[in-house]
Design a protein around this ligand. Sequence first.
Ligand SMILES: Nc1ncnc2c1ncn2[C@@H]1O[C@H](COP(=O)(O)OP(=O)(O)OP(=O)(O)O)[C@@H](O)[C@H]1O
Length: 214
Amino acid sequence: MTIRIMIDRKIHPARGGAPPRVLFDNLTLELADGEVCAIVGPSGIGKSSLLQIVAGLDTDFEGSITGLRQPVGYLFQTPRLLPWRTARRNLELALPDQPAKAGDWLRQIGLAGSEDVYPHQLSLGMARRVALARALAVEPKLLLLDEPFASLDDDTSREMQDLVASHVRRLRPTTLLVTHHWHEAALAHRAITLGGSPARIVEDRPLHEARAAE
Ligand SMILES: Nc1ncnc2c1ncn2[C@@H]1O[C@H](COP(=O)(O)OP(=O)(O)OP(=O)(O)O)[C@@H](O)[C@H]1O
């Protein structure tokens, strides 16, 4: 089912001395079933805010989001692991019926041997990989990835891009992928660029004509 994002108006309230800000004004976006859409744009334009609205975490806007499907896999910009659970036990939360699969996921993200490590003992890149595995492990119908390959060295970044690409090819979740780097958008069918204030879509283009038509 097509996801229709219609944000008539989104205002961020005043914060820390900054005045209220109209973030979005008449922003509409349609995502076809299984489409992978990259979102690019300058820092502070509203990419993370858009994901939070689509995820239903921010409902303080005028407009509507229709066609959403559960479950949603969401990789936030910060890992947001539960600090009192080990890496394995964080992953088990996403796998209530198959907790044994947590070990497979840790192997796939290169963290075999770190099962019993707590989040504060992980590097940021390691914690982000656990968070990525958690987002994929729920087998989401809607996958929201906020800069999934940040804080990773080049080799690990490529491995994680391959992991996401194979998962997306296999299960075809509708995907929004926020990134600052075009090469990280390689798995996307389409890229939208946000610009201006309030933010609007300044460019919307297919990335791989052949793949988009699959
Ligand atoms: N809860 C909030 N209340 C008020 N302002 C907010 C809130 N959340 C974000 N903002 C502001 O909204 C703007 C957009 O933030 P957002 O994090 O969505 O941008 P972004 O495009 O994802 O940036 P980056 O690429 O740096 O991650 C920023 O100016 C930010 O300070």
